[in-house]
Design a protein around this ligand. Sequence first.
Ligand code: ADP
Ligand code: MG
Length: 345
Amino acid sequence: MAERTIEILSPRLANQIAAGEVVERPASVVKELIENSLDAGATRIDIEVEQGGLKLIRVRDNGRGVAKSDLSLALARHATSKVYSLDELEALVSLGFRGEALASVASVSRLNFTSKPASQADAWQVQSQGRDMLTEVTPAAHTDGTSVEVRDLFFNTPARRKFLRTEKTEFSHLEEVIKRQALSRFDVGFSLRHNNRTIHALRPALTITEQQRRIAALLNPDFMLNSILIETERAGLKMTGWVGLPTFSRSSADMQYFFVNGRVVRDRVIAHAVKQAYRDVLFHGRQPCFVLFLELDSLGVDVNVHPTKHEVRFRDQRLVHDFLFSQLHRALAEVRPQLGAEPLV
Ligand code: ADP
Ligand code: MG
C-alpha cells in the first residue's frame, strides 16, 4: 500500500462514524429524540412517522426549547447542555450526556430542528442536509417547545441503508421504543401516528389505575389482570412496578421491561436476579412478564458504559442483585398458594 498521510477526519465523516454506533435504524433515532424531549422537561410528546420512519420521523414536544443563540450548537458534535464536568457526569440525572445524537442523526439524514423557549418571542430553525454540517438559523413558526424532523435516513450512506428492513419491521422496532419510553414516564403524554393513522394516544397517567390502563393499552390487557403490584424499599434501593403471576408466562422474553432511574436497561445482574426469583414457580423454558422500576442514587450506577446507553454498571452489584431477588421472591411466594385461582387485579 502506498504511503498515506495522517489527516484529521472532517466533521461530517467523524459524525457519520459516530452515527454507526448510535443510529442503527429509525427506531434508534426516535429513541434519541424522545430522550431529548424528556430531558427538556416535556410533559407532552407527539411522534409522527411515515413509512416506518424511513421517510419521515417528527418528534414534537412542549419542553424548555433551545435559545436561538444555541441552535447551531445543538447539532454540533460533543455539544451538550447536560454535562459540564466530570462531577456532573458521575451524578447524572439526564438521559442524554454524550452530545452526539443530533450530530450523528444530522450526518446521515435531512434534519430540521425548530425550537422556541418560552422566554423567546419567536421560533427559530436550523437545517442540515447531511452534507457540510454547517447550519444556518432561519425564522420559523412554533409554539413553546421543540420539533425535530428527520427525513430520508441514510440517504447519503447507501451501505447503511441496505441494512434497513421493510417498513413494517422498522415500524415495529420503532413502536417498541415508544412503548418503553411511555412506560418509563407515566407523567408524560405520548402520541404516535403512522402514515396519518393514530396508533397510540396516551394522556399522562398519574394514578395507579391510569397507569395500569396505560400498560394494558401498550402491552396486553391480560398482563394487568394477571400481575401483582410491587412497592418496596430498602437501603436506598426502591423498586416499584408489576410482576406477572407465574401462571401468566410467555414462550419468549418479549414482555420484560426493567427501568433503572427511568432508563430502559438490559443488564446481566438484573436478568439473573429476576430469573432466580421465578425459578421455582415457572415451568422450564417459560419467561416471566414484568414492568419494574428500580430507583437508586445516581452515584450508585454508571450509565456511561455504551453509546446507546442501554447498559449500566452498578457500583454495588451484589446489593442490587440481592435486593431484587429477595423482594421478587417474597412477592411471588405470597401469591403462590393462589396459583390457578382467580387472577389478582
Ligand atoms: P445530549 O442529549 O447528549 O446532550 P444531543 O445531541 O441529543 O446530545 O442534543 C444536544 C443538545 O441539544 C442537548 O444537550 C440539548 O441542549 C439540546 N436539545 C436537543 N433536543 C432538545 C429538545 N427536544 N428540547 C430542548 N433541547 C434539546
Ligand atoms: Mg440526547
